[in-house]
Design a protein around this ligand. Sequence first.
Ligand code: ADP
Length: 434
Amino acid sequence: MLFKRLHYQFTGLCALITMAILALFSVLYLSVSERTLWEKHTLSFQHDFDTLRTSLEQQPALTHSFLLRMEQTGGYMIFLWDNGIPLSFNRLESHTPYLEQAQRLYSEYRALTTTPDNVRTADLYLISCTRQLNSGIGNIYTGQMSALEKAIALQKGEGLTFLLLSPNDAYRERLWRQRIWFLLLALGGFGALTLFAYLFTGRLLIPLQENQKKQLDFIHGASHELRTPLAVILSSVEARPPHFEDIIRTEALRMGRLVEELLLLSRLDARRLRPGEYPAASLQLIEPDTILLDVFEALEPLAHAQSKTLRLTLPENPLPRMKGDADKLRQLVEILVENALSYTQENGVISLSLEYRSARELLLRVQDNGIGIPKEFQDKIFERFYRVDSAHHSKNHFGLGLSIAAEIMRLHGGSIEVTDAPGGGSVFLCRFPI
Ligand code: ADP
């Protein structure tokens, strides 16, 4: 539940941030692109206005068909006034919606050109561009006229005045089409980003989730294991059977051992930064064969007492030293040998050996001819509190030994695995990288 909420919150946050960035860039790009579109549009209008004006000037007689043809080429509307009188062409049906506007523009133009200050050049023409309508108006002179004559004619309101109107419907349609495309793309992008954020944060949370589950399992296992000796102690205190002090001592020792193992595991967990990563301070140059000899000498009497044989095989030439934690490695060998002793019947044989597999790998092998481990459990036995058959084990087995061994191997950057021994029993193989 907590992780689900965290997942949604992370997704929301990630999606929001990426969307904000995407939206910002989209708007920026859109505004730049709209401005460019508008500039191109007005420039092309100016250019068309000049072309039309020149071709009108060069035309000896203005016929309707000529004007209509010009209108059609650019989707324009042309209005003309000859000495202030509108031509009949202005009253075409297609012009009606714009006639009033054209008349107003003409009056404004006239008012401007009759003011002496504003007539600077005889070629005066005005262009105004709005999102709705582009317009250009100017005087057309036919025949040869000096600049002065042109200026005088303009001021008097003589000659032909030419007004070009271009409703910007097509431009606005293009603009809106572009905006809608952008919106659709942005919405698609938002959807994809949200999905990506959901999947990405989901993956991010997996290790946390797994870690939490492991911790809960660990606490559950530990409480479960502690409950039994505690219950025995409490019932012994109440019922006081014969030798109840011995029972309490045995159970307390058992609890003590369990607590020791739990502490060791939690210490190993705390040191594990990444698989294979080991705090440099704990690494020393050690002699692996000496460690094996120590464990062998310590446990051989125990094996003998249980009528079992413990054998040690070391290479003839002394092994070079390697980097490791001597205490932890001793503990690893002890766990494996003690397990082998526990799960082997009387007269069983346990062999310990150490050899170089290659220039890069050192192999520790602990083999027994005991009860063996069924294939389906061979992976599971390294999990915490896992026991193949918990009912048949002595009270000193909590199912933590092999998980401690696996942690020690991980800290040395190595690996541990188990397989069946050729004649029955199990072989534990520990590979150390060099
Ligand atoms: P435990 O404290 O129960 O021995 P371990 O983590 O050391 O816990 O081992 C987990 C389980 O793996 C044991 O309960 C046992 O069932 C099985 N196991 C470990 N070593 C051997 C072995 N040498 N032969 C057979 N079974 C073994």
